[in-house]
Design a protein around this ligand. Structure first.
Ligand SMILES: Nc1ncnc2c1ncn2[C@@H]1O[C@H](COP(=O)(O)OP(=O)(O)OP(=O)(O)O)[C@@H](O)[C@H]1O
Length: 346
């Protein structure tokens, strides 16, 4: 199992700081997801780890071996790092078998046996071995790309948005299969994705990038419940952000008095709640409940977007809720908050 260290990595393209002093540690056997908006430097970071790009400064080491430092870098083919790209990047002029076996040094029967093992690992049918890449579906192509990367017995697997071209159901199934497969083989993985839900479900470590910089890293649960700032909060999911007066670990806000996760701060601040922390009922119930009027209700299947007017807020609060039956427009509902609010930095 391998452990990856990135130290103060920088990469410029002309005046663009694609990666700006990024330091990150991924523990052995972990699944790290790197998320961030388009152009935030995710792919550049991955390509430097793979050895397809070289850092301007900083260092990369894997399992105690230096891959890049002080202007010197180990060539990609000596790194034992697998790379699966968005489109699979299969060789179109080679069959599935030859794509998978491309980097194998085994010959004859041993080669065929290894290819058959790899095909089984990625749950493809053996009868597909003689097909051409264009005769496969998107999901099958990604399985071949994964098998080709696994053939090298990598210490680390880099996944650059490998599921993004697949439809939603297949995407989730592929993600689970890849996570399980890599876990069983003890291979660490780094997934780059735009999709926060994918990152939260795949990863045991999450890193958020913006404008080339690492904004925050930690477990998915930590980042979801305690984001470093408002942009990160909204990037990782829906959030209610409210002004509040905070004192002694309690926030006074439009939803009443709520415990916050910071006992030290005192003064005017902003707090964040995730929608699932709010319970909505037709009647007042708990003493801590705050009454709100339903201004709009946008039906959305398993959850709906409610617009709620609260006496202390100038504009309505937007809340996604799975409550059933849906409250009627104009009706009053009682809101109660579960758990603590997160105090956002000033
Ligand atoms: N080869 C290159 N030449 C010049 N600029 C580049 C090159 N590769 C990346 N960049 C720039 O570096 C920045 C980071 O790009 P990068 O592809 O790493 O971002 P990303 O987060 O992976 O984006 P996306 O999610 O859209 O793939 C962008 O401003 C991009 O335009």
């Amino acid at each position: 199992m391998s452990s990856l260290h990135l130290h103060q990595l920088c990469k410029h393209y002309g005046s663009v700081k694609a990666v700006d002093h990024v330091s990150l540690h991924a523990t052995a056997g972990s699944r790290l997801a790197i998320v961030g908006p388009s152009g935030s430097g995710k792919t550049t970071l991955l390509r430097m780890i793979a050895g397809f790009e070289f850092p301007d400064s900083g260092s990369i080491s894997l399992n105690g071996q230096t891959l890049a430092a002080d202007g010197r870098a180990l060539p990609a083919h000596l790194r034992r790092i697998g790379y699966v790209a968005q489109d699979g990047a299969l060789f179109p002029h080679l069959t599935v078998a030859d794509n998978i076996g491309f980097g194998l040094t085994d010959k004859g029967h041993a080669r065929q046996q290894r290819i058959a093992e790899l095909v089984e690992m990625v749950a493809l049918d053996q009868h597909m071995l003689q097909r051409w890449p264009h005769e496969l579906s998107g999901g099958q192509q990604q399985r071949v790309a994964l098998a080709r990367a696994l053939a090298q017995q990598p210490q680390l697997m880099l996944l650059d948005e490998p599921f993004s071209a697949l439809d939603t159901g297949l995407r989730a199934a592929m993600r689970q299969m890849v996570a399980q497969l890599l876990g069983e083989a003890g291979i660490s993985a780094i997934l780059v994705t735009h999709d926060q839900a994918e990152a939260l479900s795949f990863a045991d470590q999450l890193a958020v990038m913006r404008q080339g910089r690492l904004i925050q890293s930690g477990t998915p649960q930590q980042l979801y419940s305690q984001p470093a700032d408002e942009t990160t909060a909204l990037f990782l999911g829906e959030a209610l952000i409210l002004p509040a007066q905070v004192k002694a670990g309690q926030a006074q806000c439009a939803l009443g008095e709520i415990a916050v996760n910071d006992g030290q701060f005192c003064g005017a601040g902003r707090i964040m709640l995730r929608p699932e922390q709010l319970t909505l009922q037709a009647e007042a119930g708990a003493a801590s409940a705050v009454m709100a009027q339903v201004v709009e209700c946008d039906f959305g299947g398993h959850s709906s977007l409610l617009s709620l007017r609260l006496p202390e807020l100038a504009s309505p609060l937007q809340l996604r809720s799975a409550s059933w039956p849906l409250p009627a427009r104009g009706s009053m509902v009682a809101l109660t908050v579960q758990g603590r609010a997160h105090l956002l930095p000033a």
